[in-house]
Structures are given as C-alpha cells and as structure tokens.
Design a protein around this ligand. Structure first.
Ligand SMILES: Cc1cc2nc3c(=O)[nH]c(=O)nc-3n(C[C@H](O)[C@H](O)[C@H](O)COP(=O)(O)OP(=O)(O)OC[C@H]3O[C@@H](n4cnc5c(N)ncnc54)[C@H](O)[C@@H]3O)c2cc1C
Length: 573
C-alpha cells in the first residue's frame, strides 16, 4: 500500500503528541498532520497521571512566574536551562487556562476558583488538579479537541520502527508497522515530531506502563541525534511494593505522612523545612538511609515505610485522592482511611531525552521532540512533580508551531525516495528477528537488563557498579542479536513489538549508564557514593550521548548550562 503523506508526522498520541497536532493545524489552515501511535491515544501513559499540573494561575497565593521558575531551577539542582524555564513558566499558565477552555474539568474551590494543591519542592500551592485523575482528564480534553480537525489523520496501533532521513540528513518521514496487518510502510513528511514518552522500563521496579520503552529516544539516537542528560532518572518515593503502582505525591500534598518502623516522621532528620513535601530525589534518598539504619518494615516484596493518610479523614480522601483509596483497596487490600499504606521508592520519570532547543528542535533538520522523550531542558537533574504535564503542553505546542514553519519551507519527499528504506527495514526485521536461528528469549534479556540497571544505576551509584553495568550492556546486545520471534503471525504480533521494544530499552540503558559513569559528581537524582559533592566547576554541564556507529560505547560530550538570573547555590530545603 502506498501510505499517504503528511506535512507533519507526529510519533506518539499522548499529551505531547496531541498538543503538537492541535497546535500545527491551528497554526496553518492547509497543514495536514499524521499522528502515529503504537497504542490507541487514550491509552498513552499520560492517562495515568494523577496528582496535577503546575502553573501560576492564582493571584491570592503570593505566587509569581519568577518563583515558579526559581523552584524549578533549584529543584533541577541548577542544571535546567534558565531561558527555557522562564518561557516554560509563562506559557504553562496560559496552557492550563487553554485546557480549561477545551473542557478539562479542573477541581474547584467552593467559591468557584480553580483549586491548587501543594507539591514537592514548590514554594506555594500551584498545582492544578482534577481530583487525582488529572492525566486522564487532560488527555481526554486534548483528544476530544483533536477530533474537531479532520486534518489530523490518525494511525492508531501503528508501531514506528525507524526515522527516515533524506540524502541531506534531514527528517523525511518514518517507517511504521501497521500492527493490525503486520505490513510495514514508509510515511513521508516534511517534518517529524517525536512524542513517544519515557523509558522507565529499563528498570525492574517502575510506575511506568509497559509501553514506556524509550522507542523515540532510541530512534533519534540511531539516527545520529544525541540524548541529553540521560544519567538523571527520577525515583518517586511512594510506590506500592510489588507492583510499583504510584501513590500520587498529591497524597502528601494533601497532608499525608511518611512513617518509619519506629513510628517517626523520619523526614524531620533530612528535610526539616519541607518534611513530606521535599523534592523527590531527597525524599527517595532518605528512604535508603532509613533502610541502612534498620528503620524500615520488611515485607514479601522487600522493605517499605508507611504512608499514613488516616488523619486526613474519609471525606477529604474521597474528595481529593479517591483514586489512592481505590488503588490501595484493589491492589493491597488496604483502606487508607483506617490503615497506613506500605510504600517504597520506584523509578518514575526520565529527566533526560532527545536533545532539543527551546523550540523543541533537535540538531537533525526537520526533526522535533516534545514531552517526556525530549530534554529541552527544564528538569535538569531532578524534575519537580507536576511540572511534566505542563511541560508536554508548552513544548508540544512549540513543537507543532515550529514544525509548521519547517513544513512551509520544505518540499514533500517523494514516496519512491523512501519506499526502499521501508523495504530495507522490513528485511532487517525479518532477518534479525524471524529468520535467525538463535535461542535467546526476549524476557530473559529484558530481566537481565533491568537487573544490571538496578544494580549499577539505581538511587545510589558508584564507579565499580556502573562500570559493570556498562560492560554488561554490550553482552546483552550480542544476546539480543540471537533473539528469535516464534510467533510468525502478522496480525497483532505482540511478540514482535516486544522484541522491537527490547532493542529500544538496550539503547536507552546504554546512554543512561555511560552518561552516569562519566558524571563524577552528585547532583539531583544522580547520587554517586564515590563523588558525594556537586562539582559546578567541572559538571555544571549537560551531557550528550552519541551512539557509536560501529557498535562501540557511546561518545559523551558536554554542553554549557544557560544561566540567566539565578546563580547556582547550595540546594537546601
Ligand atoms: C503513574 C504516573 C503518574 C504521573 N503523574 C504525574 C502528575 O501527576 N503530574 C505530572 O506532571 N506528571 C506525572 N507523570 C509524568 C507524566 O505523566 C508523563 O511524563 C507524561 O504524561 C508523558 O507524556 P508524553 O506525551 O510525553 O508521553 P506518553 O503519554 O507516554 O505518550 C507516548 C506516546 O507515544 C506512542 N509511542 C511510543 N513509542 C511508539 C512507537 N514505537 N511507535 C508509535 N508510537 C509510539 C505511544 O503510543 C503514546 O501514544 C506521571 C507518570 C506516571 C507514570
């Protein structure tokens, strides 16, 4: 089949992808957009976001754009680009009101104003929410708005395997498998926007959905684009042991306590000024210290502490965090109105991603990226909770609008110029995954990858364990070359997509481990036992991981951080 072409092709139907699509068709009446998503858009991970989205919208909270910017920059341990953060906080507030106009049902105070709640590392209450199903409502508002435009053509359940570049090295479209038929197609476009979300599945214990395998990061990396600040992986302090299901930070924003096995609110020792509302990196590290001191509980799924919500009372729990009650009842058989909930730190978010500038443009002409897959960078070494839903709106919009400018200046690549690339891709997949006589299993390699990432690149890291992880990944890549997909059917071949996703995980893990090995300091979420201090002299820089075309270790380069008004200072709460 000769798939139609589109001025702009967006990979990903989550919050960032949908926001980019709407921005593009609104910016130009003649633009056509192709929106490709490996799952139906409403199943994207954005749907599971609970706690809220940050922005300065209330004039009675002693808040300001500068304060939101400063909180974000301090939270990032001064690694955020400050010009980008300044644009972000301004546009975040505008975007949240825009979303209200598109039908997002923000929770409201009795006087009718939009409610805001406290979130970790934010100086004042500025996180908007729709109970504790914020992502669901935001995604719904974006999805239904996108349906108004027949120039947004969706490819639901199509899996993109490769970015296609023209002879000049500019983005020219993608190769994608129609998962329903198994056929692979080239889809030409004048500009491509990658909005494929994060890759938390490189770790064994994560809040991230099974689809979060870093495909877009891998595609960009394979195409020669660097991945920025990949060593910074966020642990969320409160996941359910066993499943990793998130107990939203809103449960602490609404007043929940973290209690150790001595019955103490132990954060008074680590974050006396902020207690449970400290930033995620510091609250997660406090757990590890409590564990070392023997002040945690032991359970069938490892150690844990208690999240105590009982003092909030049934009414507040049902009104503000009903999903927390639903999840704990269903998954651990505990009603938080009467009993404390077991929690432990869990991998949640990747601060790093595809290197972009303030307009979501990557170094590859015509290629843009936005949302969790991108690194613009506002999150630096540690993201503040509730900034990423706002981020996907702001940078999704910027990506859509700037891709329109590129599309206006670019000629549509011919289908015939790309067709052979899709044929090559089909042959590669056929040869590598179906015709191979190997006996390796996808699940075994994935488990071994997650184990080595956990051992080497977890909450605390050091030279020896990181080196071991860096040495293990090439061995896993060799084993990956011997994976055979047994299911030869073409319709919904989920074994094939799992095999392709494993390839993405290996690329992402490689970039994380090598960037972490070379960053010989502790900053934000990156805590080295062997380099405990932040080192601004040598490492007030972004890392850039470039894939080695010959299959060797990635090359790590560095880029200066943009400082506008806030000089780095010690990060204390
Ligand atoms: C449980 C949970 C709760 C969270 N709560 C909050 C919160 O309260 N506040 C906050 O700010 N942040 C929160 N976050 C983080 C935030 O939700 C995410 O960072 C954000 O939603 C990511 O949006 P996105 O559009 O970048 O990607 P996603 O929503 O993950 O969408 C990715 C899209 O890419 C598509 N895709 C991926 N690979 C391919 C491929 N190979 N081919 C085709 N399509 C592909 C997928 O189909 C999907 O449509 C939470 C995250 C989790 C996991």
């Amino acid at each position: 089949m000769n798939a139609p072409n589109h001025d702009i092709l967006i990979v990903g139907g989550g919050g960032a992808g949908l926001r980019a699509a709407i921005a593009a068709v609104q910016a130009d009446e003649s633009i056509s957009v192709g929106l490709v998503s490996k799952v139906y858009p409403m199943r994207s991970h954005t749907v599971s976001a609970e706690g809220g989205s940050a922005g300065v919208i209330r004039d009675d909270k002693e808040d300001s754009l500068d304060l939101h910017a400063f909180d974000t920059i301090k939270g990032s341990d001064f690694l955020a680009d400050q010009d980008v953060v300044e644009a972000f906080v301004k546009e975040a507030a505008e975007e949240l009101i825009q979303l209200e106009h598109w039908g997002c049902p923000w929770s409201r105070d009795p006087d009718g104003r939009i409610s805001v709640r406290a979130f970790g590392g934010m100086s004042v209450e500025r996180t908007l929410y729709a109970a504790d199903k914020t992502g669901f409502h935001m995604l719904h508002a974006l999805f239904q708005t996108s349906l108004q435009f027949d120039r947004i053509h969706r490819y639901d359940e199509w899996y993109v395997t490769k970015l296609l570049l023209n002879d000049e090295g500019a983005a020219a479209g993608v190769a994608a498998i129609n998962v329903r038929s198994g056929a692979i197609h080239a889809i030409p476009a004048k500009a491509v926007i990658v909005c494929t979300g994060g890759g938390g599945r490189i770790f064994p214990f994560t809040t991230n959905a099974a689809i979060k395998t870093g495909d877009g990061m891998s595609m960009a990396y394979q195409a020669g684009c660097p991945l920025k600040d990949m060593e910074f992986v966020q642990y969320h302090p409160t996941g359910l042991p066993g499943t990793g299901i998130l107990m939203t930070e809103a449960s602490r924003g609404e007043g929940g306590y973290l209690i150790n096995n001595k019955g103490d609110r132990y954060l008074s020792e680590y974050l006396p000024g902020k207690m449970e509302l400290g930033p995620r990196d510091m609250v997660s590290r406090a757990f590890v210290h409590e564990e070392k001191a023997g002040r945690v509980f032991d359970g069938p799924y490892g150690t844990y502490v208690h999240l105590d919500l009982r003092h909030l009372g049934e009414k507040k729990i049902d009104e503000r965090i009903p999903f927390v009650r639903e999840l704990t009842k269903n998954y651990v058989g505990i009603d938080p109105v009467y009993e404390p909930v077991p929690v432990r730190p869990v991998v949640h978010y990747m601060m790093g991603g595809i290197h972009t500038d303030i307009n979501a443009a990557t170094p590859i002409p015509g290629l843009y990226a936005a949302g969790e897959t991108a690194c613009a960078t506002i999150n630096g070494a540690n993201r503040l909770g509730s900034n990423s839903l706002s981020e996907l709106l702001v940078f999704g919009k910027r990506a859509g609008e700037h891709a329109v400018q590129t599309a206006r200046e670019t000629k549509m690549p011919s289908y015939s110029s790309l067709e052979h690339m899709a044929v090559d891709e089909e042959e590669r997949i056929e040869k590598q995954l179906f015709k191979n006589e190997g006996t390796e299993r996808i699940a075994d390699i994935r488990t071994d990858l997650q184990t080595t990432m956990d051992a080497g690149a977890g909450i605390y890291r050091e030279e020896e364990s990181l080196k071991a992880t860096c040495e293990e990944i090439p061995r896993l890549k060799e084993r990956y070359a011997r994976v055979k997909v047994d299911d030869s059917s073409s319709v919904f071949n989920t074994e094939l997509t799992a095999a392709l996703e494993l390839g993405s995980l290996l690329d992402v893990a490689e970039a994380v481990a090598h960037s972490a090995l070379l960053r010989k300091e502790s900053r934000g979420s990156h805590s080295r036992d062997d380099f405990e201090e932040r080192d601004d002299e040598n490492f007030l820089k972004h890392s850039l991981a470039y894939r080695d075309a010959d299959g060797g270790d990635p090359r790590i380069d560095y880029l200066d951080v943009v400082i506008t008004r806030w000089q780095p200072e010690e990060r204390k709460y």
